[in-house]
Design a protein around this ligand. Structure first.
Ligand code: NAP
Length: 520
């Protein structure tokens, strides 16, 4: 059986021991093993800092963008193989796997275009020069320069291709070497992607490292110029925030964690209208795409009290025919969860939510299509509903990372929608489906401080929209509070995490000369 190696210090290195088994979550067949036991993480970080950092910083944004573009082309060329691996190791349907792999390619392309537009610069001017004295001679100018550490990326299991690419594209374009640690359970895609990258020799030596297996003492070796970007559970995030590299030496950390994303149907929306249909479709997609294992998926559905019954029946009617099973079987629209641990967590979470309300749709005794009897980490799509005015503490505080959502009735006012949604204590994205501009405005202003993104759903954009669950490279991804208080992507904004903002104060002609030297 294959034991997956790590790519560290410019070579493939094998960990000791058998390691963790990577499974096909639909059949529980073992596909490979991964272990990073015994590998020297400190040496790997030092190598990246010493070799990769200077080589990348010597390149301009345009030159780095060209390498990002070649990386996107490499993924595109090997798209089918990567999609196949995401299906086998991730339990993804073909459509789910495309969402991951194509999302990775699109994000790389977006950053390649952005980098090309930045041209031959190696530093970025942040705003205009500011006059500080009585005459323009004394000036201040903020600039961004690339940090001299390693960008350490710890990723979640649900998007092995996109998760790796969306973080790497930004860090590499900013000029930092990347050490990526995919979640072990679904790491086959990331491993193959690295094999392709190493073979293609696109990036200078030391720019890319892969840790295949447990993180071990990796984060203990972070230094003050390093950046740690983490996606995963809140308890792991808390652990990482408390490591010496972050607390004592000032390594930067960015966290993308849990989120109880909500979608609210405006009081103006009538059943059978185009906006109502758009809302239904988006909720259905978010519940079933990737079996609900999407950080941005809608978990709480706010519907005006008068429309709740109708909405619940319409959604249940659309959930009923969703074929759950082995993604290798024709006609399957929803696959299993990624691991046995995730299945157990979802079932526990469902019991918790059921204390707050009632289960209005689920399929007890579900028989997944094409899966061996009693095998696979399948759960039924499940819809719950709470009573109007119910406290429902778990619904507003416990994220169930699976095909589960809860209908929460509200009185149709923006004030109550905001009050209920913000009980979630900070989220990645919430959505407002309405054509009522005053309602949309009030709800947006009320929700914005608690979210990284607000999605405005209406018939006007229905045809063009990928829905609230799709993270776009042009827009910020992250959120305050429970969501980790982090921020990624957002176009050029994303580069700032990997760069140091410095205020330069002095004579204007000298400042201009410095900017010219850096190509800004
Ligand atoms: P997790 O246990 O926190 O794992 C996430 C990553 O952290 C994995 O790569 C994991 O490696 C690694 N890790 C675990 N312990 C570590 C440690 N002590 N030091 C360094 N790295 C460590 O999360 P999960 O249960 O796999 O992920 C599910 C949760 O992530 C979901 O419930 C969801 O809330 C959240 N999520 C958030 C987003 C977002 O963008 N905000 C996206 C997806 C998921 P191993 O796999 O080797 O253990």
């Amino acid at each position: 059986m294959t034991k997956l190696k790590s790519y560290l210090c410019g070579e493939w290195r094998e960990g000791t021991g058998e390691g963790e088994a990577l499974l096909n979550p639909a059949t529980e067949e073992i596909l490979a093993y991964a272990t990073a036991d015994g590998l020297d993480r400190k040496e790997a970080l030092d190598f990246a800092r010493r070799q990769g950092g200077p080589a990348l910083r010597a390149l301009s944004f345009r030159q780095r963008a060209e390498l990002v573009q070649r990386t996107a082309a490499l993924l595109q060329k090997n798209r089918d193989e990567l999609i196949g691996l995401a299906m086998t190791n991730g339990g993804n349907t073909r459509s789910d796997a495309k969402f991951d792999v194509d999302g990775a390619i699109a994000t790389l392309q977006a950053y390649a275009e952005m980098g090309a537009a930045l041209g031959e610069k190696r530093l970025l001017a942040d705003g205009e020069a500011i006059q500080l004295g009585r005459t323009p001679r004394l000036a201040g100018q903020h600039v961004l320069t690339t940090r001299h550490g390693v960008a350490v990326h710890v990723n979640a299991f649900n998007f092995p291709a996109w998760g790796l690419a969306e973080k790497a594209a930004v860090a590499l374009l900013a000029g930092m070497p990347v050490l990526t640690k995919p979640a072990t359970s679904s790491a086959l895609v990331a491993h193959r992607l690295f094999e392709l990258l190493v073979e293609a020799r696109i990036w200078p030596e030391g720019s890319l490292s892969l840790l295949m297996g447990g993180a071990g003492d990796l984060v203990d070796h972070l230094e003050g110029q390093d950046c740690l970007a983490f996606t995963g559970g809140a308890s792991t995030a808390a652990l990482l925030r408390n490591t010496q590299g972050v607390v004592t030496r000032g390594a930067r950390i960015n966290v993308e964690a849990d989120s109880l994303n909500a979608a609210v149907l405006g009081p103006d929306v009538e059943a059978d209208s185009e906006t109502y249909d758009f809302f239904l479709k988006d909720v259905l997609r978010d519940m079933t795409q990737k079996a609900g294992q999407k950080c941005t998926a809608i978990r709480r559905i706010l519907a005006p009290e008068a429309l709740c019954e109708r909405f619940r029946d319409d959604l249940a009617d659309r959930l009923a025919p969703v074929v759950v099973g082995n993604p290798a079987t024709d006609g399957v629209r929803m696959g299993p969860l990624a691991t046995a641990k995730q299945k157990a967590a979802v079932l526990d979470g469902l019991s918790l939510l059921a204390r707050d309300g009632r289960l209005v749709h689920s399929r007890p005794g579900l028989k997944p299509e094409g899966a061996p009897e009693g095998r696979g980490f399948f759960v039924s799509p499940s819809l719950l509903e709470v009573e109007p005015g119910a406290e429902a503490p778990s619904v507003h505080s416990h994220e169930v990372f699976g095909p589960v959502a809860t209908i929460v009735p509200y009185d149709g006012s923006a004030a109550q929608a905001v009050e209920l949604i913000t009980r979630g204590a900070g989220g990645l994205v919430s959505s407002i489906y309405s054509e009522d501009v005053p309602f949309v405005t009030d709800a947006t202003l009320g929700l914005a401080p608690f979210h990284g993104r607000i999605f405005l759903g209406s018939a006007k954009i229905a045809e063009l929209s990928p829905g609230p669950g799709t993270v776009l490279p042009q827009l910020v991804h992250g959120g305050p509070g429970r969501a980790g208080n982090g921020e990624e992507l957002g176009g050029e904004r994303g580069l700032a995490f990997y760069m140091q903002r410095t205020a330069i104060e002095g004579s204007r002609p000298v400042i201009d000369r410095i900017l010219k030297q850096g190509g800004a």
